[in-house]
Design a protein around this ligand. Sequence first.
Ligand SMILES: [Fe+2]
Length: 451
Amino acid sequence: MSLASTEAATEIIAAKRSDSYSSTTRVERLLARFHQIRNFTNVLCLGLEPEDYVVQSMPDVSPTKWHLAHTTWFFETFILKKFLPGYRAEVPEYAYLFNSYYNAAGDMHRRDLRGLISRPTVKEAQRYRASIDSHIDALLSDIDEKLLDQVEPILVLGIHHEQQHQELLTTDIKHVFAQNPLYPVFRKPKISAESSAIPPQRFIEFEQATVAIGHDGRGFAYDNEGPRHQALVPAFSIASRPVTNGEYIAFIEDNGYTRSEFWLSLGWMTVNEQRWQAPLYWTKRDGAWWNFTLSGFRPVNKSEPVTHVSYFEADAYANWARVRLPTEFEWERAASECPMEGNFVEGEIFHPRPVAVASSVSADRPAQNQHLDQIFGDVWEWTRSAYSPYPGYRVAPGALGEYNGKFMCNQYVLRGGSCATSRSHIRRTYRNFFQPEKRWQFTGIRLARDP
Ligand SMILES: [Fe+2]
């Protein structure tokens, strides 16, 4: 072998080594993340009894057991069945039972009947999780770079999907427990009731500008956050913090729920049909408002951001206050320089916190943004933007194209994440969406106004 060819051979070996080295570290990182997220789902379930896992308290709520199995089904269906040679499902019927809404992945069980399913048992669902996890380990333990390129994006999507279900699991078990006159406690309060003086709400002004909206492609994002595009955002002001319970009580006491002039027609119909008089989980006892929280039944803390309000209520409150809700582009512009910190699920408080307390945690905020509090975490903020595709958006082919695109009708965009959202899940460009009458998520209100 000539010197030149020896050098070439050495280079090839070195390249192969660095290839396998880089794929090893990639796999290690990916698996560590995968197991961390899978484990956090189990952490959320600590303290639940088998009976808790099965109840479905309304069609929007899924039983905890279903969340455990459905997130597992996602990895089995979109990764193992596709990429693990010779893989055969241990229980083929799970494909029907735990498919949520992916028509391209086959038929599915009715969403509103999930609470009737006592088998598989909780233990069997947990075994299903463990079995799929070990198959993912096996697939990744011996994967070449080319296959990894195909598997990684779907695995990462599955991880973010599971984080979304962690939030739903939390809000769903809250709804389940709220039906129980014993008011079970999901988590003992980590902090004592914080009734603090909060700063007055101020409006921060923004000049008209053409701004880039949407995800820039660095790191993971859902397809609905793109394509990034330029948008003209006229001058506006946005509130320095979300609306508090105390402020919302003023709206209630001013007969906000019985004055049609504040409400959208559909909202007015809903208020009357549902007989809403306050946010979800609120009850009046001896003249005072109490609310059910994941740490039990307790008096409403006037300093906390109001939560569990529908779009209709958020919009009516804004009309009563003679302002409006922000558009999602205004929100994204206002949030673009704000630090990604706040009361997220990692803090395991499971309830919004008063602003002053949250602010003291974040002493290192850039001065120019010190006026925008709680833009991330605590409560999802309703925007007045309908959930629709950005210019140039195309639904991806296949089942995973059903993830977001097909829901772009009759829903409103919410921004910023909540106390049940993972810090590692939220983004400045993240677009959550719900129908305007929904209120079982941690949804709240940030006001905006025209100059
Ligand atoms: Fe799902």
